[in-house]
Design a protein around this ligand. Structure first.
Ligand code: HEM
Length: 450
């Protein structure tokens, strides 16, 4: 039996206060006190999620890191020992074997190894660096649209469109079709939190108007995207040149890709395009949103960063974006894992078929691993955070996410130097998704610039 030898020495201490309530409005706004309680008193805890499914929440850094790399925890939802009452209602992506769901985050080796190898060439730091001028251009274009007005909602007008256009460009979705993607992705974000088995949004989002059933909204957008991607792959396959040209787009590369002489099926290529959009979109929206919010509410850190950017330095920007990922990262919980055999994590026995959710946001504030974990320190050096995961499913898009995050934050702070929040932080609403953590809106003001 594989042990978890790095589990921090302190045993869970008896709790002086009752367990905090999870998945409430207060929790969505600031989950960190609840995570501190869990780390200390119940570091591996069986928890009933709003969907009714019970999952183990792993909150300490050492346990989290090992669980992410533990191959006895499968990504394949077929391993879920699903209770009869939850059949079809768990919100676990892939449980219903939808066509686009056979992707990297839902599969294990050897299929995972084969598919990841096919696509990883496109995401090397060097390939991504070639994309830097385009990301800068997109960033400037979006800022141009609101710079003269003196105010903006940075989520809708900036953080949301930037990654979707960037990924569409990389994939090779023609510019004239990219606004359709923007609409489908918007629908997925709006309804996704409800359909993802996450918190009840009526409490987590303070009420608000709903349109249609959440699952219906997500299903419709996924269906539109699937239809479009299949057709695009088909069209590109028909007109694919014999040899790859310079800067060939990713979908063409995927079509061309062969592994031991075997081409990717159109279905696999569509699922891959879908996961790249899906994994690379809301995450980056939240990196820009949560990151800007953290900077605006930590004026000392923000002005240090602005001064260093004004001197043309990049070091603080680079460590700073990593720190923003640790401090309030976009992915609150890593995606679903299921025990394939009996195992023990942090002294807790886990039965085969049980779902395990690794709470990255809790692990990245663990005082056993990080000095002053609740302090934002953009210059933090010892910062092996888990914001991009760990092990074989480590974020494939990390170099692209870093590029987008660094470009977005540096350009905002340089072009709009007196950027400030237009509302009291208490008025901001956080999205109620299970996996992701991000703001619904981020209203800002600044001196208009021509
Ligand atoms: C996987 C975070 C941006 C593509 C992951 C995982 C995390 C993560 C935590 C692992 C999940 C798990 O093990 O359950 C982030 C964050 C991002 C970001 C914080 C932005 C700041 C992107 C971008 C792309 C991308 C821009 C691509 C365009 C992927 C893919 C996987 C993945 C394909 C699955 C890899 C695999 O299973 O082998 N990401 N991600 N991500 N990410 Fe990202």
């Amino acid at each position: 039996d594989q042990q978890y030898p790095d589990t921090p020495a302190p045993a869970a201490t008896p709790a002086p206060t009752p367990a905090p309530e999870l998945f409430t409005w207060e929790f969505a706004t600031d989950p960190y006190p609840a995570y501190a309680w869990l780390r200390e008193h119940a570091p591996v805890r069986r928890t009933r999620l709003p969907s009714g499914v019970e999952a183990w929440l792993v909150t300490r850094y050492a346990d989290a890191k090992q669980a992410l790399a533990d191959q006895r925890l499968s990504k394949n939802p077929a391993h879920h020992d699903e209770p009869a009452h939850a059949k079809g209602k768990t919100g676990i992506p892939g449980e219903r074997k939808a066509e686009l769901m056979t992707h990297l985050l839902n599969i294990d080796p050897p299929d995972h190894t084969r598919l990841r190898r096919l696509v990883s060439k496109a995401f090397t730091p060097r390939r991504v660096a070639e994309f830097a001028p385009r990301v800068q251009e997109l960033t400037d274009d979006l800022i141009d649209r609101f710079a003269r007005t003196g105010s903006a909602d940075l989520i809708h007008e900036f953080a949301f469109p930037l990654p979707i256009y960037a990924i569409c460009d990389m994939l090779g979705v023609p510019r004239e079709d990219q606004d359709d993607f923007r609409d489908w992705a918007g629908m997925m974000i709006r309804h996704g939190s409800q359909a993802a088995g996450g918190r009840s949004t009526s409490s987590a989002e303070g009420g608000g108007k709903r349109t249609g059933s959440p699952r219906g909204g997500v299903a419709r957008s996924v269906k539109m995207m699937r239809g479009y991607l299949s057709e695009l792959i088909h069209r590109k396959r028909e007109s694919l040149p014999a040899e790859p040209g310079p800067g060939e787009d990713l979908i063409s590369g995927l079509i061309r890709a062969s592994d031991h002489g075997e081409h990717l099926t159109e279905k696999e290529a569509a699922a891959m395009a879908f996961i790249l959009l899906f994994a690379g979109f809301e995450t980056t929206v939240n990196l820009i949103g949560n990151g800007t919010y953290a900077l605006l509410t930590h004026p000392g850190q923000r002005s240090r960063l602005q001064q260093s950017l004004a001197r043309g330095e990049r070091a603080l920007l680079e460590t700073g974006v990593e720190e923003l990922l640790r401090y309030d990262g976009p992915v609150e919980l890593a995606t679903w894992r299921f025990a394939t055999q009996p195992l023990t994590i942090g002294g807790q026995d886990i039965a085969p078929g049980d779902p395990v959710l690794v709470v990255l946001a809790a692990a990245d504030r663990d005082p056993e691993r990080f000095a002053d974990p609740d302090t934002l320190d953009l210059a933090r050096r010892d910062n092996q955070h888990l914001g991009y995961g760990h092990g074989i499913h480590y974020c494939l898009g990390a170099p692209l996410a870093r590029l987008e995050g660094q470009t977005a934050l540096a350009t905002l702070l340089t072009r709009l130097p007196d950027l400030r929040l237009a509302v009291d932080p208490a008025e901001l609403r956080w999205r109620g998704g299970l996996i992701m953590r991000g703001l619904r809106t981020l209203p800002v003001e600044f001196t208009p610039v021509p």
